[in-house]
Ligand binder design. Structure first.
Ligand code: V07
Length: 254
C-alpha cells in the first residue's frame, strides 16, 4: 500500500533527483516518434520540416541509448497507414532513410550500431530500399546497439502473415497443430531475433498503440509524454528509464 503510494509520488516528481540504476536498464526500448507535424504547425512551417527535425533527434537518442547500454532500440518510422497522407509528404518521407544514412551512417558505424529494418520493403521506392539495404549490409558485423527501424510496418499485417505462414506449415505437414505455442508465434514475427520491448515510449500526448507491435508489447511498460518528437532530448529518455525503474513489473503475477 505505502510502497505503491511512494512509487507514484516519485513518478510525479519526474525522478529528476534520483539516478539511473545501471543494473536495471530496459534491454529493448520501442519508440513511437509522434508530433513532428504538430511541431512544424506550431512554428508555422510545413509538416515536412517537422519530419526533417525529427530525423535529427534520432542520432542523439541512439547515442544516449548506447551510453545507457540499451541493447535494442526500435523506432516507428513509417506505418502501413501512412500511405494515406498527401503524396508530397509521402514522397518526402521516402527520401528520409537515404538522407539519414548518408549523414549518420559513419557515426553509427563508429558507435558499433547494427541497423535492422522490419516491415514490408517490397513496395518501397527503389532508392529507399537501396539505402536501407546498404545500411544493413555495412553494419551487419557490428556488435553494439541494434537499431531497428519499423518501416512500412503494421502489426495486424504482421499477424496476418504469421497466421498464413503457420497455416502453410500445417498444410504441408511440416507442423502439427499441437505444436503451435507462444514461442512458435514469436518466431514467425518480424521481431523473431529480438526480445519483446521492455519499455514503450510515445511522444506528443497520444495514448494509443496505432497498430504497433501488438503481440510484442503484451507485458511492456508504457511511458507517454506531451513532448513532441523534434523536442525530445536525452534527458527525456533518462526520465523514461527512471520511471521504468521505479515500476514493478508483474507479468500477470502479484
Ligand atoms: C523518418 C524521421 C523521424 C521522425 C518520424 C517520421 C519521419 C529515419 C528513418 C530511417 C528509416 C530506415 C532506415 C534509416 C532511417 C526514417 C522515415 C521517416 C520513412 F534504414 N527517420 N525517418 N524513415 N522520419
Amino acid at each position: 500500500m505505502f510502497e505503491r503510494f511512494f512509487q507514484h509520488a516519485d513518478e510525479d516528481n519526474e525522478g529528476s533527483h534520483i539516478s539511473i540504476d545501471p543494473n536495471n536498464i530496459p534491454s529493448h526500448i520501442a519508440i513511437i516518434m509522434d508530433g513532428n507535424g504538430r511541431w512544424a504547425k506550431n512554428k508555422g512551417l510545413p509538416r515536412v520540416a517537422g519530419h526533417r527535425e525529427g530525423m535529427k533527434v534520432i542520432n542523439k537518442i541512439v547515442k544516449k541509448a548506447n551510453t545507457l547500454s540499451v541493447q535494442y532500440l526500435t523506432l516507428y518510422a513509417f506505418s502501413t497507414e501512412n500511405w494515406k497522407r498527401p503524396k508530397t509528404e509521402v514522397d518526402f518521407l521516402m527520401r528520409l532513410p537515404q538522407q539519414f544514412l548518408s549523414k549518420e551512417l559513419p557515426a553509427l558505424k563508429e558507435n558499433n550500431v547494427r541497423v535492422r529494418v522490419m516491415g514490408d520493403e517490397s513496395v518501397l521506392p527503389e532508392y529507399t530500399r537501396r539505402a536501407v539495404e546498404q545500411a544493413v549490409l555495412e553494419t551487419k558485423e557490428n556488435t553494439g546497439l541494434v537499431l531497428n527501424f519499423a518501416l512500412n510496418y503494421g502489426s495486424r499485417h504482421e499477424l496476418v502473415r504469421m497466421v498464413k505462414d503457420i497455416s502453410e506449415d500445417v498444410k504441408n505437414e511440416q507442423l502439427s497443430v499441437n505444436n503451435i505455442d507462444e514461442e512458435l508465434i514469436s518466431n514467425k514475427l518480424l521481431t523473431c531475433d529480438l526480445p519483446d520491448p521492455d519499455l514503450l515510449i510515445r511522444t506528443s500526448g497520444e495514448m494509443r498503440l496505432s497498430n504497433f507491435m501488438l503481440w510484442q508489447l503484451a507485458y511492456s511498460e508504457f511511458w507517454f509524454t506531451n513532448v513532441l518528437w523534434p523536442d525530445f532530448t536525452d534527458k527525456d529518455l533518462e526520465e523514461a528509464v527512471k520511471t521504468y525503474q521505479q515500476r514493478k513489473r508483474r507479468y500477470g503475477g502479484v
